[in-house]
Ligand binder design. Structure first.
Ligand code: NG1
Ligand code: ZN
Length: 552
């Protein structure tokens, strides 16, 4: 009927690229932007179907290739919760992206719709929110997505313009919860909850807290979308945050080139535009779509500029420490048989061993999952307060409804005789739950939370960095013919296939004090990654190099 002819007609305008097989991967589809028109068009269709399948819930479609080069682009889907697309739809995403012609595409769609009971009669409405980062290819790819969405009868596409990835996820989540969900609402919620945390900082006798005691922060925005959005937040915060924005992309730098969180974390050097004049100042880097955040400070040694890196593990540790402190104030008078919120900290094998040890010493439960936000997020959801981070700076904090309801009750029923500090702890946790983006890791909301906690503690970036000392580590990638030949288990820490490799890795690792090493196939690149840790940098380098030879 009408639906079939609409699909057939629009699909003919988006022929797939010849000779490339695309895969949805851990972060959606990514490739050179010039070959993505057809993929994005088809994922537009998928987004509309996903909305129909979920009873008309709002779905997000984001055009970005994050920290990859400016000529690349990509597309990924946000589910109704604001989280990543459910994994059981990934095979469908792969198969429609690779369908060779309109006829086979439509056949796949029909089969899937039948199997999943998706009504294609146009009787139901579907809504998809679209966002894109600052890549020049973004605009035409958004148009391809719109055409895909609109070729599903009853589906409506709403273009939200240029956004960070986490903003789009936040909006999807808010829309589906019936909350205020505009970009302005996002900025309002972040800035008001940040202000609330600052107002709750215990006043030192005689002093006042208004002149931020920890000095300014300089932010490298990767020449991407984070720059313009951070500028809005800065204006809203009107002096509460002493902030200098660099690499905003507005004065000519190229997206992700020698800048941004991925570059800083992997290369362990200052980004472009940072140098010896910045020694001692607190600095941060966002990635190209502002869902990753790392901190650093510039150090000068022998005329060369290097950095002290404060990575995702340390952001996680700071958050965990603060939450734990506030909870213990709150729970000090709670009887044992009352509700005891469970806190879970989620990491991957890439987390520095020193961070895991530190978190354990805080008495926190630490859990490991395979690499990929969907795994970490899913695990964190099992707790009343779930805190997750990847070492590369992607992470957030999730609060269960049960916990937030309990907090709200507690807040209402707290007798006025209760110690003021306990009431404040309730307010702080409440503010954190509003400041942090519970849909997905968000560099802007994470940055504000770091800044609020550092001000609360009165800590410099160096003081924070000394929570524990990172073990020296090395990451390598090995190009292989077929990365799927390597199969791992135990949250990617052990190789099952090819046989014999894990034994060889163990034998090599044993030679190094505090040695730890694992290999796994990348989910985003055609490589096998090697990670090694040991008591010295030389040893970590050597261990990584020896193990790389084993998989080559
Ligand atoms: P792969 O390529 O699977 O290692 C990389 C990052 C992940 C995650 C994804 C998605 C490392 C070692 N891996 O995955 O943490 O961020 O990209 O972007 O940093
Ligand atoms: Zn990113």
């Amino acid at each position: 009927g009408q639906q079939q002819s609409m699909l057939l007609q629009s699909a003919s305008s988006f022929p797939p690229p010849k000779g490339t097989k695309l895969s949805y991967g851990t972060a959606g589809f990514r490739a050179d932007a010039s070959i993505l028109q057809s993929t994005v068009f088809r994922i537009g269709i998928l987004a509309a179907l996903r909305s129909l399948k979920t009873g008309g819930a709002v779905i997000g479609l984001m055009i970005t290739a994050s920290h990859n080069k400016v000529s690349d682009n990509g597309v990924k889907i946000a589910d109704p919760s604001g989280g990543m697309l459910t994994q059981d739809w990934e095979p469908f995403a792969d198969s429609i992206a690779n369908a060779p012609d309109p006829e086979s595409l439509i056949q796949l769609i029909n089969e899937f719709a039948t199997k999943e009971n998706i009504p294609l009669d146009g009787a139901k409405a579907a809504t998809v929110l679209l966002g894109r980062d600052t890549r020049p290819s973004g605009e035409s790819l958004v148009n391809a997505a719109k055409q895909g969405i609109c070729s599903v009868v009853g589906a409506v596409a709403t273009d939200m313009g240029i956004l960070t990835t986490p903003q789009l996820h936040w909006m999807v989540r808010a829309r589906n919860k019936g909350l205020k969900a505009s970009e302005l609402d996002y900025f309002e919620q972040l800035s008001s909850s940040f202000r609330c945390l600052i107002d709750l900082i215990p006043k030192k006798s005689g002093g006042d807290n208004n002149n931020n005691p920890i000095g300014k922060l300089i932010v490298d925005c990767a020449n991407g979308v984070g720059g313009q959005k951070l500028q809005v937040l800065k204006e809203k915060l009107n002096g509460l945050l002493h902030l200098e924005i660099r690499n905003s992309g507005e004065s000519g730098g190229i997206l992700n080139e020698g800048v941004g969180a991925d570059y800083v974390q992997k290369e362990k050097v200052p980004p472009q535009g940072f140098g010896s004049a910045d020694v001692g100042i607190r600095c941060a880097s966002l990635d190209g779509d502002a869902d990753r955040l790392v901190y650093f400070s510039v150090i000068s040694s022998n005329g060369k500029n290097k950095i002290n890196l404060v990575d995702g593990d340390k952001i996680l540790s700071l958050f965990a420490l603060f939450i734990k402190d506030q909870l213990s104030i709150l729970l000090s008078s709670v009887k044992n048989d009352e509700y005891q919120p469970r806190v879970g900290v989620v990491q991957t094998a890439y987390a520095n061993g020193a961070s895991t040890k530190y978190l354990g010493q805080l008495g926190l439960e630490v859990i490991f999952t395979p690499t990929g936000v969907k795994y970490l997020h899913g695990k964190a959801e099992e707790y009343d307060i779930g805190i997750y981070f990847e070492a590369n700076g992607h992470g957030t904090i999730l609060f269960s409804d049960r916990f937030l309801n309990w907090l709200e009750e507690d807040r209402k029923n707290e007798p006025s005789s209760t110690a003021k500090e306990k009431q404040n702890a309730v307010k702080r946790l409440w503010a954190v739950s509003r400041l942090i983006n519970q849909a997905v890791g968000d560099a802007l909301s994470g940055l504000l939370l770091v800044e609020a906690i550092l001000q609360h503690m009165g800590w410099s970036v160096d003081k924070w960095n000394q929570l524990y000392h990172d073990l020296p580590s090395r990451q390598l990638k090995v190009k292989v013919a077929d990365r799927s030949a390597v199969v791992t288990t135990y949250a990617e820490t052990s190789v099952v296939k090819p046989p014999g490799i894990q034994e060889a890795i163990n034998a090599t690792t044993e030679k190094y004090p505090q040695g730890r090493c694992f290999v796994r196939p990348s989910g985003t690149e055609d490589v096998v990654r090697v990670y090694a840790e040991a008591s010295t940098q030389e040893a970590a380098d050597e261990l990584a190099a020896s193990v790389a030879k084993l998989v080559d």
